[in-house]
Design a protein around this ligand. Sequence first.
Ligand SMILES: Cc1cc2nc3c(=O)[nH]c(=O)nc-3n(C[C@H](O)[C@H](O)[C@H](O)COP(=O)(O)OP(=O)(O)OC[C@H]3O[C@@H](n4cnc5c(N)ncnc54)[C@H](O)[C@@H]3O)c2cc1C
Length: 475
Amino acid sequence: MMPAPAGPLATLATLVGPGVISTDPAELEPLLTDHRGLYRGKALALATPRSVEQVSRILAFCNTMRIGVVPQGGNTGYCGGATPDETGSQLLLSLRRLAAIRSVDPLNYSLVAEAGCLLAQVQRSAAAVDRFFPLSLGSEGSCQIGGNLSTNAGGTQVLRYGMARDLVLGLEVVLPDGRLLSSLSSLRKDNTGYDLRSLFIGAEGTLGVITAASLKLYPQPESTATAFIAVPDPHSAVGLLARLRSATGDQLSSFELMPRLALELVLQHIHGTRAPLATGSPWYLLCEVTSSRPGEPLDALLEQALATALEDGLVTDAALARSESDRQAFWRIRESIPEAQRRDGASLKHDVSVPVASLPEFLMQASAWVAQHVPEGRLVAYGHVGDGNLHFNINQAADSAAPRLAAREAEIRRAIHDLVRGFDGSFSAEHGIGRLKVGELARYAPPVELALMHAIKRSLDPNGIMNPGKVLNHE
Ligand SMILES: Cc1cc2nc3c(=O)[nH]c(=O)nc-3n(C[C@H](O)[C@H](O)[C@H](O)COP(=O)(O)OP(=O)(O)OC[C@H]3O[C@@H](n4cnc5c(N)ncnc54)[C@H](O)[C@@H]3O)c2cc1C
């Protein structure tokens, strides 16, 4: 039997009642390492509250005792934001038991979900009333909606529906001192003062704990056309994007770019995948057009637009999904790229964005830099090109004698992020800052922005208990 918690933990356990605070190493162990294995922390204890009231008591107590609190959702984040530090003094607060869908309103096209609901659960709840929740990520079976909002996640449908932030109507947040900000509005219009809830979206748990959200729903897509397309270069991809947006009446929902190497890695490492096109190409696109109108001839529309693009040299080959299983096979390739990369070995990841029109030029300059300065790496730059977002990743070359990429991480990151800045881009398009990019934010954020962020942090969390060491440096 586990010894009962002692000292402040015993007081906390009494405050929240039985079964919420655990120091069981077996329970804590899997939660102490981040998804990418970059960080391994220790924790004072694990809290798994079952109610908002318990979250509130936990934060109020930790605020009084100056105990750091690290919120954790599905722990799929890429920047180490949900991992406690190595001191063993921070409380890990898992939202996994706060996982009810509180209400679904098909007439208002909205639902209210608690923070610990898996993203896939939110999608299913919407589908059950013939509605659509468009946030879609490769991790949707394990990430939580609270984590998605706290990282302002992007994914594959941003082009049409926006980032996680754009899907929020209202939020419920426990503030660091335990007070409840209950703003679970389902209004589409509400201009009453500052937009406070926006502060907590993308704050990565540094300003409070999101406990529930009121979310926008959409009509279900009833007609879909999906194509796997070969293009000669990124310039053609961006040209095709502009063309397809108007040719489809802006019904393009996804537009994903991948280089040949990404496809090769998937075919090599992911069982049961096969190349959709017979001809090789330096670049491929996966694009999807959807409509909520049943029976709309989107295949014909897309086929026609691609045929014209083929004549004009923007496209060299294309395959349309003729069945749902074709469609799933195309998507499996795209969604398996991170896993294929992982199986291939170590890699350096950069989650960057530039204005869509600048993307080809950025890719050309950044690829040339990698070719010249990182001969031990293989570039796998893929991503949500419809949003100007690239996962500009460099995999370790297979040659075991080659120098280790990891040893040059800081230098390579600096060069790529400096280049991104030159294009008025972002060094963190959708993955956030977490612990990994605290230095980058301090370096690249305009001074006034950074000062305002610190002022907001001080004002909401004067004792600095919320996710210490994440997003912002200590002042
Ligand atoms: C295979 C795979 C594919 C992915 N694809 C994408 C993609 O396309 N686009 C994208 O944007 N991301 C992607 N990700 C990254 C990740 O899934 C997202 O960042 C996701 O939103 C994190 O959710 P989570 O519940 O796992 O949060 P966690 O990793 O647990 O936490 C992330 C941050 O949010 C904080 N947090 C969590 N819950 C709360 C809460 N309730 N209140 C306050 N703070 C909280 C944590 O402290 C931490 O700082 C992918 C990850 C994987 C593994």
